[in-house]
Design a protein around this ligand. Sequence first.
Ligand code: PGA
Length: 249
Amino acid sequence: MRDKIVAGNWKMNNNQFQTKELLNSIKSFEIPNDVRVMVAPAFTQLSQSNEILSNTSITVVAQNINAAVSGAYTGEISADMLKGIEVTTTLIGHSERRAIFRETDSIIKEKVKAALDADMEVIFCFGEQLADRKSNNHFKVVARQLETALFDLPETQWKRIILAYEPVWAIGTGETASPKQAQEMHKYIRNLIIENYNQKIAEDVAILYGGSVKPNNAREIFSGKDVDGGLIGGASLKAADFIEIVSSF
Ligand code: PGA
């Protein structure tokens, strides 16, 4: 059976003092046993976060990696470096990486490969733009993103993939996909995996929804049969809100 997962993507927020305060506050709440909780602080706070969370089951996640193993890539961080500080899960393909840092589907594909080659777990983010949805191309766009980056992976690698469907028009905008739109897309994604792989892989992969998930809408969104949790931006920066979302299944 697949996991229920709630992951907080802190983006470029929280210095070491704020990180300490937020994580200690998260730790002070009771976390349901059947939900896997993750947080993705900035690179500079990863070691500190691992230390603070060492006596918990919360997973510390990187927000990005570089596809190269090492070399002349000023300012970049490799999978190996992350593993060296015991960070074994990374986001890849977040819409801000795609839009602001011009990461194409093929760059993202290389990153996925690099992470999996290093035995890391990947939270693969993807989703359509508003124009795609308005022109009724959202299914096609999502299919292409998944096909390019994931659908030639060997079956065995899928154990280390978590999907995060994030319609770009819902990220940080306060606008969410309706629970019906989310469920419809998640079901479509699961069917794509059945077509390209098999029922077992499709049933086992967790598909998270991301885009303005808040305490007041999480329960309804997570009630979708194919919605296995959320990737949370803004609302992950307040412990009480984050935990309320974690407790919304
Ligand atoms: P948001 O961000 O919850 O602030 O919309 C989600 C994300 O970017 O992963």
